[in-house]
Design a protein around this ligand. Structure first.
Ligand code: CA
Ligand code: CA
Length: 409
């Protein structure tokens, strides 16, 4: 690469970092080193977006609105639902896993964050100093935690909260931090599913592990790539009846405010390709010169195109138990909210109604973390988990809490 181009790119990336006030799904961990940068076969060339509104990025980024007591009364919910704080003071609370004993495990994407367990209102720190220990998953009483490149296993965690011990069962994931934080979950096949995000905004990596969902046995053996063409999924689950995989994906940046849409995807079988980096939202072909031109018809389109930049993270099918019957087996998606859009959007829980495998309706289940009148924000929903009684836990990595939402007519 020419020296001038390199200097310009360095300046551009540095400027982006400067204007970005807080971290977000798309840019946290963006500090690419020269080495990481080389992984990309194409560079982040600042080009003319079709809509220039967010070209500079971070234009609308407002400071977090601070409250002494979180203003839960600002959260809008359907009639009959209530929200309360389930656990507070969990720094940058991200992925959730809930044991059958009712212990809540909370990951974080903080660079040297702590994995926390919450049991009977008491908190336990299970690890510290790990690199973005975002993913948490449980199987047979063991807790699995995903850092950027490693998977740890805590045997019989429930009985070892005071003195947790872990072993690394896999350490071969890429070390790139850009989209390197991981959501993890066990599938109906009892295997651990682990995504690997694209290490960039738009690039095609030589290594097919990037922009994928992988899976492995619970001892770390037989890692394989299962799904392709996924920019950055930070939430997935399986339909309670069909057992099909459903996952969110975060759309590319710097194409303006309104394209491409973020995605909810449906994978009824292994080995599918969901478009990235060639095609976005099912019908917009990539125009970066460094990316081979491919037709969108070659790839699987999203089950639902969400709004641009909303950053869909957690996804859950609603179980029976607490929510009214009409919600059962419908989908909730946590939209973490935009970071580089002129006017913010997202910051809500979306309720998506299914007819078979088709999403036929998109409505807001919960919002109010964003005040659109001045674009201020006090919370950002991340992951969700349903408790045994059917009430819903939601993590918030800005307010540093876990909420409980329940129906109480
Ligand atoms: Ca896609
Ligand atoms: Ca979840």
């Amino acid at each position: 690469m020419k020296k001038n181009t390199y200097q310009f790119l360095s300046y551009f990336i540095f400027s982006l970092l400067l204007v970005t006030v807080w971290s977000c799904e798309s840019n946290d961990g963006k500090t690419m080193t020269a080495k990481e940068d080389k992984l990309e076969t194409t560079k982040e060339t600042p080009k003319k977006p079709k809509d220039t509104a967010n070209k500079k990025g971070g234009k609308s980024v407002a400071k977090k609105k601070e409250y002494d007591v979180l203003p839960l009364n600002k959260v809008n919910l359907p009639e009959g639902f209530k929200i309360e704080i389930y656990a507070d003071d969990i720094k940058r609370a991200r992925s959730l896993a809930l044991s059958k004993e009712g212990t809540l495990y909370v990951g974080t994407m903080a660079k040297k964050g702590e994995v926390t367990a919450v049991k009977n209102n008491k908190k336990y720190t299970l690890s510290s100093g790990w690199k973005m220990p975002n993913g948490v998953a449980l199987k047979n009483g063991d807790l699995y935690v995903a850092e950027v490149s490693r998977i740890h296993k805590f045997k019989d965690i429930e009985n070892n909260l005071e003195n947790p011990k872990s072993e690394v069962i896999y350490d071969k994931y890429p070390t790139e931090t850009h989209h390197g934080w991981k959501f993890i979950a066990f599938g109906p096949d009892e295997k651990l599913y682990v995504p690997v995000g694209a290490p960039c905004n738009i690039c095609k990596s030589e290594d097919e592990v990037f922009a994928s969902i992988t899976r492995m046995n619970d001892d770390g053996s037989n890692m394989e790539v299962v799904q392709h063409g996924i920019r950055n999924t930070v939430g997935f689950t399986w339909h309670p009846d069909t057992k099909d995989l459903w996952f969110t994906d975060n759309g590319r940046d710097w194409w303006g405010d309104d394209i491409p849409g973020c995605e909810l995807n449906h994978a009824p079988k292994d080995g599918m390709h969901f478009g990235y980096p060639y095609c976005h939202q099912g019908d917009l072909a990539e125009n970066d010169e460094g990316i081979e031109k491919r037709d969108c018809s070659e790839f699987t389109a999203p089950a639902k195109v969400l709004k641009a930049h909303v950053a869909p993270l957690g996804v859950e099918f609603i179980p029976a138990g607490n929510f009214p019957e009409k919600y059962e087996k419908q989908i909730l998606v946590a939209e973490h909210g935009s970071w580089n859009r002129t006017k913010k959007q997202g910051y809500r829980l979306a309720l998506l109604t299914l007819d078979g495998n088709k999403v036929v309706k998109d409505e807001t289940f919960a919002d109010g973390w964003l005040d659109s009148s001045d674009d201020s924000v006090w919370g950002r929903p991340v992951d969700m988990e349903f408790m045994a009684d059917g009430s819903l836990l939601v993590s918030d990595d800005m307010a540093d809490v876990v909420y409980r939402i329940f129906y109480d007519e």
